[in-house]
Design a protein around this ligand. Structure first.
Ligand SMILES: Cc1ncc(C[n+]2csc(CCOP(=O)(O)OP(=O)(O)O)c2C)c(N)n1
Length: 345
């Protein structure tokens, strides 16, 4: 089992097939991806300029995955992420200012400014947490899916994980348990071909992680993760089935991160199989540009509208940044709070 052309840097660079998707929905996908990108670009610059103290793991280039998946989600669903989760949180509609506040160590952030980019949480939009421990939330998502099944609400849980995370044993226990119990859990593998600095060909006998769905007798889809419509369609099918009691689903979205493993560098000097040429080819698969161009070709979106939308989003991101930066730092006496369940702070 192999990803074939989906993993080829030089393929799938053209405009998308829009099918029958309504213009308003396309615009929402486009704006959602542009918002995530603008936030992450801001974070990349700020980190480079020394304005952010902790590391940021950026998913620029991968925006179509979270935006496509979130289109099928509703209030009551429970979403879990990991170390590269800005998009997972923001695509659910979470407040940008709160994310910036967390990354800038302000008391108004998701973890009161004491967690940073890898400790995000926003229950108001159904985001139940990201942690730096690779695969650390996958079993929690199964628990949340199990709870939804027992509650009979038709809600689903989503576990976002990377192609590196599937090398953790807990993922296989989670897939097994969810399948045996028929829990409504959607396992979304963002296969960006790398774990830290190692290409998947050096870590696994196949580049296609959906083979584990076959092993667990679970419905799966393998899609171009830079095609927001393909992601949205596949997610919708799996989520609908899970809501109706069919049990878990597995979605593998093949994508690529433009920046390196962490922060703003490109990792073309440290990565194996990651050259400037590859990065450039993957940039040509840009999920934002491909959707915008298809909408323009279909005649209901213009270059001027695209530029105007970009300006609006950039303005919103800049004001959120300024507002977050003006928020107070956590007081020193909070430092030991929330370390144990009953401590103060
Ligand atoms: C349990 C554990 N092992 C190792 C690490 C170090 N580590 C952090 S990110 C990462 C790679 C994860 O790769 P992947 O799951 O593919 O996600 P990506 O970074 O590509 O988004 C590793 C090995 C960790 N944080 N936790």
């Amino acid at each position: 089992m192999s990803l074939g052309l989906l993993a080829e840097a030089s393929s799938h660079q053209g405009a998308l097939q829009l099918g029958q998707v309504a213009p308003a929905e396309l615009q929402a996908h486009l704006a959602g991806m542009m918002r995530v990108r603008a936030v992450e670009r801001r974070l990349a610059e700020a980190r480079r300029d020394g304005l952010v103290g902790g590391p940021v793991h950026l998913g620029v280039g991968q925006e179509a995955v979270a935006v496509g998946v979130s289109a099928s989600l509703r209030a009551g669903d429970r979403v879990f992420g990991a170390h590269r989760s800005h998009s997972h949180l923001l695509a659910l509609g979470s407040d940008v200012r709160k994310l910036f506040a967390e990354v800038l160590a302000r008391s108004t952030g998701h973890s009161r400014g004491m967690g940073g980019s890898m400790h995000l949480w926003d229950q108001s939009v159904g985001f139940y947490g990201s942690v730096p421990i690779v695969a650390g939330t996958v079993s929690l998502a199964v628990g949340a899916g199990m709870a939804a099944r027992l509650q009979g609400t038709g809600d689903v849980a989503v576990a976002y994980l990377g192609d590196g995370a599937v090398e953790e044993g807990v993922v296989h226990e989670s897939l097994n348990l969810a399948r045996v119990q028929k829990d409504p859990v959607i396992f979304v593998v963002e296969n960006n071909l790398f774990a830290s600095h190692m290409h998947i060909s050096l870590r696994q006998p196949s580049d296609c992680t959906a083979r584990y769905a076959i092993a667990h007798d679970m419905p799966f889809r393998v899609v171009d993760g830079n095609d927001v419509l393909a992601v949205a369609r596949a997610a919708d099918e799996l989520v609908r089935a899970a809501r109706q009691g069919a049990g878990p689903g597995f979605l593998e979205a093949v994508t690529y991160r433009w920046y390196g493993h962490v922060d703003w560098r490109e990792d073309i000097d440290v990565g194996v199989h990651r050259s400037q040429h590859d990065v450039d080819d993957w940039r040509a698969k840009d999920p934002v540009r491909r959707l915008a161009e298809a909408m323009q070709a279909a005649g209901f979106w213009s270059v001027a509208q695209q530029a105007a939308l970009q300006q609006v989003i950039d303005g919103q991101i800049e004001s959120a940044w300024k507002a977050a930066a003006a928020d107070p730092l956590p007081p020193p006496e909070w430092l030991l709070g929330h370390v144990y369940a009953r401590s103060g702070g």
